[in-house]
Design a protein around this ligand. Structure first.
Ligand code: SF4
Length: 216
Protein backbone atom coordinates (compact mmCIF):
# COMPACT_ATOMS: atom_id res chain seq x y z
CA UNK A 1 0.00 0.00 0.00
CA UNK A 2 1.28 3.47 -0.86
CA UNK A 3 1.10 5.99 1.96
CA UNK A 4 0.37 9.67 1.59
CA UNK A 5 1.40 12.05 4.34
CA UNK A 6 -1.31 13.00 6.78
CA UNK A 7 -0.30 15.56 9.32
CA UNK A 8 3.41 15.97 8.58
CA UNK A 9 4.17 19.47 7.34
CA UNK A 10 7.95 19.64 7.53
CA UNK A 11 10.89 17.98 5.86
CA UNK A 12 11.13 14.27 6.71
CA UNK A 13 13.91 11.73 6.29
CA UNK A 14 13.19 8.67 4.15
CA UNK A 15 15.12 5.62 3.04
CA UNK A 16 14.48 2.29 1.37
CA UNK A 17 14.57 0.15 -1.76
CA UNK A 18 13.56 1.87 -5.00
CA UNK A 19 10.81 -0.18 -6.63
CA UNK A 20 10.43 2.03 -9.67
CA UNK A 21 11.32 5.32 -11.30
CA UNK A 22 8.70 6.86 -13.56
CA UNK A 23 8.39 10.27 -15.22
CA UNK A 24 6.61 13.02 -13.32
CA UNK A 25 4.33 14.68 -15.84
CA UNK A 26 1.31 16.91 -15.23
CA UNK A 27 -1.57 17.21 -17.70
CA UNK A 28 -3.88 20.19 -18.22
CA UNK A 29 -7.06 19.51 -20.20
CA UNK A 30 -9.46 22.07 -21.58
CA UNK A 31 -12.18 20.15 -23.43
CA UNK A 32 -10.41 18.75 -26.54
CA UNK A 33 -7.10 20.52 -25.88
CA UNK A 34 -4.33 19.22 -23.67
CA UNK A 35 -0.85 20.28 -22.60
CA UNK A 36 1.83 18.51 -20.60
CA UNK A 37 4.39 19.78 -18.08
CA UNK A 38 7.48 17.59 -17.87
CA UNK A 39 8.49 18.13 -14.26
CA UNK A 40 10.98 15.37 -13.44
CA UNK A 41 10.72 11.89 -12.01
CA UNK A 42 9.01 9.97 -9.27
CA UNK A 43 10.63 7.31 -7.10
CA UNK A 44 8.42 4.59 -5.65
CA UNK A 45 10.18 3.37 -2.51
CA UNK A 46 9.58 0.59 -0.02
CA UNK A 47 11.20 1.60 3.25
CA UNK A 48 10.59 4.14 5.98
CA UNK A 49 9.44 7.74 6.26
CA UNK A 50 10.55 9.07 9.62
CA UNK A 51 10.38 5.84 11.56
CA UNK A 52 7.25 4.51 9.89
CA UNK A 53 7.66 1.50 7.56
CA UNK A 54 5.67 2.04 4.36
CA UNK A 55 5.65 2.28 0.58
CA UNK A 56 5.72 5.86 -0.65
CA UNK A 57 6.51 8.05 -3.64
CA UNK A 58 8.97 10.93 -3.82
CA UNK A 59 9.03 13.50 -6.63
CA UNK A 60 12.38 14.86 -7.78
CA UNK A 61 13.64 17.17 -10.51
CA UNK A 62 15.40 16.10 -13.70
CA UNK A 63 18.79 17.42 -12.49
CA UNK A 64 18.66 15.16 -9.41
CA UNK A 65 17.79 12.16 -11.59
CA UNK A 66 20.56 12.99 -14.09
CA UNK A 67 23.07 13.15 -11.23
CA UNK A 68 22.10 9.99 -9.34
CA UNK A 69 20.68 7.87 -12.20
CA UNK A 70 18.15 6.21 -9.91
CA UNK A 71 16.65 2.91 -11.02
CA UNK A 72 14.69 0.04 -9.56
CA UNK A 73 16.61 -2.14 -7.10
CA UNK A 74 18.84 0.58 -5.64
CA UNK A 75 18.78 1.43 -1.93
CA UNK A 76 18.61 5.19 -1.39
CA UNK A 77 17.86 7.82 1.22
CA UNK A 78 17.10 11.52 1.42
CA UNK A 79 14.81 14.17 2.79
CA UNK A 80 11.53 15.37 1.31
CA UNK A 81 8.55 17.58 2.07
CA UNK A 82 4.90 16.44 2.00
CA UNK A 83 3.11 17.85 -1.07
CA UNK A 84 0.75 20.68 -0.08
CA UNK A 85 -1.95 19.89 -2.69
CA UNK A 86 -2.38 16.14 -3.34
CA UNK A 87 -4.53 16.91 -6.40
CA UNK A 88 -1.41 18.16 -8.24
CA UNK A 89 1.06 15.37 -7.49
CA UNK A 90 0.97 11.60 -7.75
CA UNK A 91 3.75 11.46 -5.16
CA UNK A 92 3.08 12.10 -1.49
CA UNK A 93 6.44 13.87 -1.06
CA UNK A 94 8.46 16.30 -3.17
CA UNK A 95 11.42 18.70 -2.96
CA UNK A 96 13.76 15.75 -2.45
CA UNK A 97 17.13 16.78 -1.04
CA UNK A 98 20.19 15.22 0.60
CA UNK A 99 19.87 12.29 -1.82
CA UNK A 100 22.24 9.36 -1.31
CA UNK A 101 22.66 6.00 -3.00
CA UNK A 102 23.20 3.41 -0.24
CA UNK A 103 23.56 0.39 -2.51
CA UNK A 104 23.54 0.09 -6.28
CA UNK A 105 22.30 -2.90 -8.27
CA UNK A 106 24.57 -5.40 -9.97
CA UNK A 107 24.17 -6.68 -13.51
CA UNK A 108 21.57 -5.86 -16.11
CA UNK A 109 17.88 -5.45 -15.27
CA UNK A 110 15.67 -8.36 -16.39
CA UNK A 111 14.07 -8.07 -19.82
CA UNK A 112 10.58 -6.66 -19.50
CA UNK A 113 7.77 -6.13 -19.44
CA UNK A 114 7.57 -4.36 -17.07
CA UNK A 115 10.73 -2.54 -18.17
CA UNK A 116 13.17 -1.62 -15.42
CA UNK A 117 16.57 0.08 -15.51
CA UNK A 118 17.15 3.80 -15.81
CA UNK A 119 14.30 5.88 -17.17
CA UNK A 120 14.95 8.01 -20.26
CA UNK A 121 15.33 11.78 -20.39
CA UNK A 122 12.10 13.76 -20.41
CA UNK A 123 12.54 14.83 -24.04
CA UNK A 124 12.41 11.14 -25.02
CA UNK A 125 9.07 10.74 -23.26
CA UNK A 126 7.75 13.91 -24.89
CA UNK A 127 8.82 12.86 -28.38
CA UNK A 128 7.53 9.27 -28.02
CA UNK A 129 4.03 10.31 -27.00
CA UNK A 130 1.68 8.17 -24.92
CA UNK A 131 -1.40 6.01 -25.17
CA UNK A 132 -4.02 5.87 -22.46
CA UNK A 133 -3.48 2.96 -20.11
CA UNK A 134 -6.23 1.21 -18.21
CA UNK A 135 -6.01 2.27 -14.56
CA UNK A 136 -6.34 -1.27 -13.26
CA UNK A 137 -3.67 -2.56 -15.66
CA UNK A 138 -1.38 0.21 -14.44
CA UNK A 139 -2.00 -0.81 -10.82
CA UNK A 140 -1.48 -4.52 -11.40
CA UNK A 141 1.24 -4.62 -14.12
CA UNK A 142 2.83 -1.25 -14.75
CA UNK A 143 3.71 0.52 -11.48
CA UNK A 144 7.34 -0.57 -11.79
CA UNK A 145 7.76 0.08 -15.53
CA UNK A 146 9.82 3.05 -16.72
CA UNK A 147 7.21 3.63 -19.47
CA UNK A 148 4.23 3.90 -17.13
CA UNK A 149 3.00 7.24 -15.81
CA UNK A 150 0.21 8.28 -13.50
CA UNK A 151 -0.48 11.96 -14.17
CA UNK A 152 -2.35 14.47 -12.07
CA UNK A 153 -4.88 16.10 -14.41
CA UNK A 154 -6.25 19.60 -14.08
CA UNK A 155 -9.40 20.13 -16.16
CA UNK A 156 -10.50 23.65 -17.08
CA UNK A 157 -14.25 23.24 -17.42
CA UNK A 158 -15.01 26.66 -18.92
CA UNK A 159 -12.27 28.47 -20.84
CA UNK A 160 -14.20 31.76 -20.33
CA UNK A 161 -13.86 31.17 -16.61
CA UNK A 162 -10.54 29.29 -16.15
CA UNK A 163 -10.90 29.23 -12.38
CA UNK A 164 -13.59 26.55 -12.80
CA UNK A 165 -11.47 23.44 -12.55
CA UNK A 166 -11.74 19.79 -11.68
CA UNK A 167 -8.98 17.36 -10.84
CA UNK A 168 -8.36 13.67 -11.34
CA UNK A 169 -5.56 11.21 -12.17
CA UNK A 170 -5.03 9.42 -15.48
CA UNK A 171 -2.62 6.60 -16.36
CA UNK A 172 -0.60 6.40 -19.58
CA UNK A 173 1.92 4.15 -21.34
CA UNK A 174 4.91 5.53 -23.27
CA UNK A 175 6.22 2.03 -23.97
CA UNK A 176 6.34 -0.24 -27.03
CA UNK A 177 2.98 -0.70 -28.71
CA UNK A 178 3.66 -4.45 -28.80
CA UNK A 179 3.77 -4.78 -24.98
CA UNK A 180 1.64 -7.78 -24.01
CA UNK A 181 0.53 -6.12 -20.79
CA UNK A 182 -1.02 -3.14 -22.52
CA UNK A 183 -4.76 -2.52 -22.18
CA UNK A 184 -6.23 0.84 -23.15
CA UNK A 185 -9.29 0.70 -20.91
CA UNK A 186 -12.36 2.84 -21.60
CA UNK A 187 -12.12 6.09 -23.56
CA UNK A 188 -11.73 9.20 -21.40
CA UNK A 189 -14.31 11.92 -21.18
CA UNK A 190 -13.50 15.54 -20.43
CA UNK A 191 -16.29 17.69 -18.98
CA UNK A 192 -16.98 21.09 -20.56
CA UNK A 193 -19.35 24.07 -20.34
CA UNK A 194 -23.09 23.64 -19.90
CA UNK A 195 -22.88 19.89 -19.33
CA UNK A 196 -21.03 19.21 -22.59
CA UNK A 197 -18.44 16.43 -22.71
CA UNK A 198 -15.55 15.61 -25.04
CA UNK A 199 -14.57 11.97 -25.60
CA UNK A 200 -10.93 11.33 -26.42
CA UNK A 201 -11.26 8.61 -29.07
CA UNK A 202 -8.69 5.96 -30.02
CA UNK A 203 -7.47 7.94 -33.05
CA UNK A 204 -5.84 10.48 -30.69
CA UNK A 205 -3.47 7.82 -29.32
CA UNK A 206 -2.92 6.34 -32.80
CA UNK A 207 -2.03 9.77 -34.12
CA UNK A 208 0.26 10.64 -31.19
CA UNK A 209 2.31 7.43 -31.55
CA UNK A 210 2.05 6.97 -35.36
CA UNK A 211 5.78 7.71 -35.78
CA UNK A 212 6.72 4.60 -33.74
CA UNK A 213 6.78 1.00 -34.94
CA UNK A 214 5.26 -1.78 -32.80
CA UNK A 215 8.51 -2.56 -30.96
CA UNK A 216 9.91 0.99 -30.62
S1 SF4 B 1 1.83 -1.55 -20.82
FE1 SF4 B 1 3.35 0.13 -20.98
S2 SF4 B 1 3.72 0.72 -18.86
FE2 SF4 B 1 2.77 -1.31 -18.80
S3 SF4 B 1 4.45 -2.81 -18.78
FE3 SF4 B 1 3.90 -2.47 -20.94
S4 SF4 B 1 5.27 -0.85 -21.65
FE4 SF4 B 1 5.30 -0.81 -19.41
Amino acid sequence: MTVKPKSITEKVAWSGRIISVQPRIRLVRSFDERSHSYLGYMLRVKGTVGNEPCEFQVALGKAAQAKHRFHAGMDASGDAVPVPDPRLETAGFYKASGLKILKDTEGEPPAGPPFHGEPFDLETYRSRGHRRLDARTYDTKCTTCIWGCRMPVEMIIDHWNPSRKRYRFETFCYGPKSCLFYRPGPTRKVPGRKGMSYTEEDWVDEDTTAHRGPDD
